[in-house]
Design a protein around this ligand. Structure first.
Ligand SMILES: *Cc1c(COP(=O)(O)O)cnc(C)c1O
Length: 224
């Protein structure tokens, strides 16, 4: 356990030293124990990402405000109330239905939640997210919601294989990001581009990412 904590602390330092200062590191914590998540927080990671509510809530309960909590997995509307209450950002808005419902839940707890729209840049390699040609319309609609604050885009891209293969997906997402930024929609602040994982974060940063979501390279391989 001690050893694991040390190894995680070393990984955090190594990754942090490779990231430009304006790039935010989100530790993708799915399947990790409380001790492992504590270890990245102790090592200086400020942002933790979760895919599943049931896994996140007990950890958030313990670590609380020592970290900032990001929803990075597909969100079902019936779970939106937990994100409204306990998370600091939802990176995976992928429908008007979800946006509307999450807005409603945020209103009920009197919070304004920063959100990113997830882009389905791979089309085949991932099934979640909004197609790039649909993102303008969704952004305009979200911009009129009182309790969501649209701050950028997120994409997965292919998870395995040659990192270089991710580049076109990142470029496509970056183009949508720049296009939306140029529109300067009222209430929208296009400032975050969340792309890149353990195998692809260097390429993502080259293509403009300023949030990277890293699991394996921080915590080690996940058990199958
Ligand atoms: C698991 C996951 C990551 C991190 O993946 P690694 O390959 O372990 O770095 C990033 N983003 C999302 C949405 C994930 O589910």
């Amino acid at each position: 356990m001690e050893q694991n904590t040390l190894r995680i602390a070393e990984s955090v330092l190594k990754i942090q030293s490779q990231l430009p200062p304006d790039v935010i590191l989100v530790a993708a914590a799915k399947t990790r124990t409380l001790a492992e998540v504590e270890a990245v927080v102790e090592a200086g990671v400020k942002h933790i990402g979760y895919n599943y509510l049931q896994e996140a809530l007990p950890i958030i309960d313990v670590i609380g405000e020592r970290a900032t909590w990001h929803m990075i997995g597909h969100l079902q509307t019936n779970k939106a109330k937990y994100v409204a209450a306990f998370f600091d950002m939802c990176q995976t808005i992928d429908s008007w239905h979800l946006a509307k419902y999450l807005n409603h839940r945020c209103e009920m707890v009197d919070r304004i939640l920063p959100v990113l729209i997830e882009i389905n840049s791979g089309e085949e390699s991932n099934k979640t997210g909004v197609l790039p040609e649909k993102v303008d319309e969704l952004s305009e609609k979200i911009s009129r919601l009182s309790h969501l604050k649209l701050q950028g885009l997120m994409t997965m891209g292919p998870r395995f294989g040659e990192p270089e293969k991710s580049r076109p997906y990142f470029q496509l997402t970056r183009q949508a990001f720049e296009r939306l930024k140029a529109k300067a929609l009222p209430g929208v602040e296009m400032k975050y581009l969340s792309m890149g994982m353990s195998n692809s974060y260097r390429i993502a940063i080259e293509e403009g990412a300023n949030i990277v979501r890293i699991g394996t390279k921080l915590f080690g391989e996940r058990e199958a």
